[in-house]
Design a protein around this ligand. Structure first.
Ligand SMILES: *Cc1c(COP(=O)(O)O)cnc(C)c1O
Length: 370
């Protein structure tokens, strides 16, 4: 889905990959349920450096370690940074990931938007697959648990001018993650307010670059203190996303059901889970799938008419996250969760996606690593 923006760029090379394995592997946590998200990392990481006159260095797989950086590095001052996130699933004896090439392509586009160099998405994926094979014993075999892969690139140019960094570093780290809802599905409540803005027309909200995420932390905390789980983001009155997830709502219209999500433009991150949901809904052909602009006014009207059937967020971490409440302008609206904790379509989509992600069915989205 991103290929049309890519140019040939082949200097990050899997053939040049150097591996330097640890002689002191870490002990793996004995109780996965006690591991908070993104705190336990595997034994190895990838590191590659880029500089303007030489291009990419050879990528290196080495023991997970700290990175010495100059305090004047571009990333610390101007957030020349981008990242990705996808999961590795165990289906013994295999391990597999879900549409990872799409993540690689999105990463390259984000890098470009952050003033960072491009690299070949194919070569990067081959290096990452090798890292996963080396640390394959870290892929949890417990259902619901996965290995989360986090590619990350940042400007390391030691210079304070606001210009494209002439040096950059690429790292890939991997961390253990548990189920988003450890004790079963729990719907989340949303808070919506015109003054909370994450993205705007012509901006960079559609790129996974650090500058979109840091400034959203304080508003998210404020909303938590008000007793809500997540922000329903608006841009000029249009509903865009929920927290760091894409947003879907099922409307009951005169002539049937319509699952609606905002189109991408500049205000919505092109989620891979989002794209997968859209494709699945088209394939099922049961409800109308609409990628269209819709305002908070339309959403509130539909809620008042009791024509909202269900709503959910989509993203790699939660996969599908049911929503049961929306607060707007001092009023609280309930969103039905007919199965007690989520809607019927929400549950079916979650089951379908996780079945594919764990390789329970043969699917074109499966990427087998071992
Ligand atoms: C990463 C992200 C998503 C979800 O994308 P996936 O590819 O489905 O994980 C949605 N919205 C925002 C703002 C994101 O950063």
């Amino acid at each position: 889905m991103f290929t049309r923006l890519l140019r040939r760029y082949a200097d990050l090379s899997y053939n040049k990959l150097v591996t330097n394995l640890t002689s002191t592997p870490k002990a793996k946590p004995s109780d996965l349920t006690k591991v908070p998200f993104g705190t336990v990392f595997t034994d190895h990481m990838i590191e590659a450096d880029w500089c303007e006159d030489k291009g990419w260095s050879e990528p290196v797989i080495k023991p997970y370690q700290k990175i010495p950086l100059d305090p004047s590095s571009s990333v610390f001052h101007y957030c020349t940074e981008c990242y990705e996130g996808f999961k590795v699933y165990s289906n013994p004896p295999h391990i597999l990931s879900f549409r990872p090439m799409t993540n690689m392509e999105r990463f390259v586009i984000s890098a470009d938007a952050a003033g960072l160099p491009k690299c070949s998405p194919h070569e990067l994926l081959k290096c990452i697959d090798e890292l996963i094979r080396i640390d394959k014993d870290w892929v949890p075999q417990v259902p619901g648990y996965t290995l989360y892969v986090r590619p990350n690139m940042f400007g390391t140019h030691a210079q304070l001018s606001v210009t494209k960094p002439k040096k950059a570093k690429l790292v890939v780290i991997m961390s253990l993650v548990g189920p988003y809802f450890p004790s079963g599905y729990k719907p989340v409540s949303l808070y919506c307010d015109e003054s909370l803005i994450r993205s705007w027309p012509g901006g960079h909200g559609h790129r996974k670059i650090g500058g979109n995420y840091g400034p959203a932390i304080v508003p998210a905390e404020k909303v938590k203190n008000l007793g809500y789980d997540n922000i329903l983001w608006l841009s000029e009155g249009y509903v865009t996303e929920v927290g760091v997830m894409n947003f879907f709502v099922l409307f009951k219209n005169k002539n049937g059901l319509e699952l609606v999500t905002s189109p991408i433009h500049h205000t919505v991150l092109p989620g891979i889970t989002r794209d997968s949901v859209i494709q699945i809904i088209h394939e099922w052909g049961e409800v109308k799938m609409s990628e269209r602009n819709f305002t908070i006014k339309e959403l509130i009207t539909k809620l008042e008419e009791e024509n909202v059937v269900e709503a959910f967020g989509s993203g790699t971490a939660a996969v599908i996250c049911p929503i049961n409440k929306l607060a707007y302008k001092g009023k609280e609206y309930n969103i039905p969760t007919v199965q007690g904790n989520c809607g019927e379509l929400t549950k079916r989509i979650f089951d379908e996606l996780t079945k594919i992600q764990y390789g329970k069915v043969k699917h074109k989205w499966n990427h087998y690593i071992a």
